[in-house]
Design a protein around this ligand. Sequence first.
Ligand code: ATP
Length: 583
Amino acid sequence: MEFSVLAEAFEKIEATTKRLEMMEYLVELFKKTPPDLIDKVIYLTQGKLYPDYLGMPELGVADKLAMRAISLASGKPLSEVEETYKELGDLGKAAERLLSKRTQLTFFSQPLTVERVYATLDKIARTTGPGSIDQKVKLLAGLLADASPSEAKYIIRIVTGRLRLGVADMTVLDALAEAFTGSRENRHILERAYNLCSDLGAVAKAVAKEGLEAVKGFKIELGRPIRCMLAERLPTAEEIIRKLGKASAEWKMDGLRMQIHKDGDKIIIFSRRLENLTEQFPDAVELARTHIKPKQAIVECEACAVDPDTGDLLPFQELMHRRRKYGIEKAAKEYPVALYMFDVLYVDGRDVTTEPYIERRKLLEQIIVQDEWVKVIPNIITDDPRELEKFFEEAVQLGCEGLMVKDLKAPYRAGAREFSWIKLKREYQAELTDTIDLVIIGGYHGRGRRAGKYGAFLLAAYDPENDVFKATTKVGTGFTDEDLDRFKELLDPLKIPHRHPRVVSLTDPDVWFVPKIVIEVVAAEITLSPTYPCGMNAIREGSGLALRFPKFTGRIRFDKAPEDATTEKELIEMYKKQLKKIS
Ligand code: ATP
């Protein structure tokens, strides 16, 4: 197939402002394309060489390199290429102009084919190592030498990553339906196939070669990502229950969505946008290998940053340390992730996406080995908005973003955003800038490196009216090993076999202490929580106040008596003052 056919179609697509026209040009182009080439034509139209999920080397040729190739092919000095680029502001147009000034085409010049352009671009993408720049210049110049000015324009735009015709996936699917089935109505059949394989090229090839029946037969395949099911949003628990009736409310974790494909020992991890994350997350790969029981499976989870010493959830920002190309192993040790599983799509050759949520959840619970690093995301099943709210507050306080409420009967609908999944997030956030001084009233035994010491503490604020200490948070972050040795020394003499009579708490720590030691903490914010008595009913019936992401600052306030700690009233005021609407 001559490359000029593609270039002409690109010219037309670029010139139009109407989606319908764009689609018609695509239909025309697809009809002219031999079925064996249609995948490549589609990738090129979208400015790439492969579907994204393969994580193949990208073109991304630097401007400098492209300019050298244009100079070679056009016989013009590099300075003229630079000037023309500056004048036109578009390297593709610069190539077009300079090549149109060529006096003659090279002696051996022959029409460019799509096959040759694709193969050469592929070679350019894969060429690495010493001397690769010169080699890429040569390869690119070779193509340009045989290209017409218009063809050169598009080749340059493709290699520099600036094609941007704006041809969206759905437009391609519309055009494919029209071109090969005679009706755009069939788009939903193609779309279903696309949602299952995330590869427009594969769908196109199937429909062009074998027709609609072949597309209908598309199945989930291990190693090919499935497009993610997405959620709608409603503002209140009541509205969600009204919409869904009895439903499953799961924690909505604030992490990184992962779709994990397991095939024996082989693990592939895809992101929400279907990029390949496998190499970046060796720890998640290992967890998948050891915690997913079936030989073959596709599961979805949220990967969250956790404190390696306490297992506490950390804020989402901590995950950013994992977005890197180098030092991957080190980052995995310092900022390990825990996996919170929320769905299963495939098990040992069986596509389970069509089964209702409640069945998939049962299956998920059977196939996952749960421990401190891998969990099935906690949930409750309810039709009571009050209960939903309570669960919501608990989740937020523990570090979640809110809840994901799911229709018990709904299948997993790849690529769809509908009301079978509804997210409940907060409208307000109480930002906390001050430090808070709280009294240690209880302790939790440490584990791992912290074995034999206390790994976390239950803290309370003071209520002067009743002269009691009311529990308001559990803190396990911010302590050095030396801090923990020190706390053991300080607290062991204060151990008592039961809750101190001046302490109010709804939860039991491993060990109770006489309220005496005051420590300074910071936190992301103060949140509502049904599990802590401090501030109970002050803001909302049935809810107290708690700290979200609390952290020890390193200061023990020996200068403060427990009665000098931050009071319940102060916390309530802080909560009210710092409410901030989340956009
Ligand atoms: P979206 O991903 O829906 O386009 P968004 O980027 O605004 O929108 P969120 O509002 O954060 O995303 O909500 C969706 C994301 O929540 C999911 O993609 C997934 O990563 C995450 N998530 C966390 N917990 C769950 C859960 N229990 N079930 C499903 N998704 C969850």
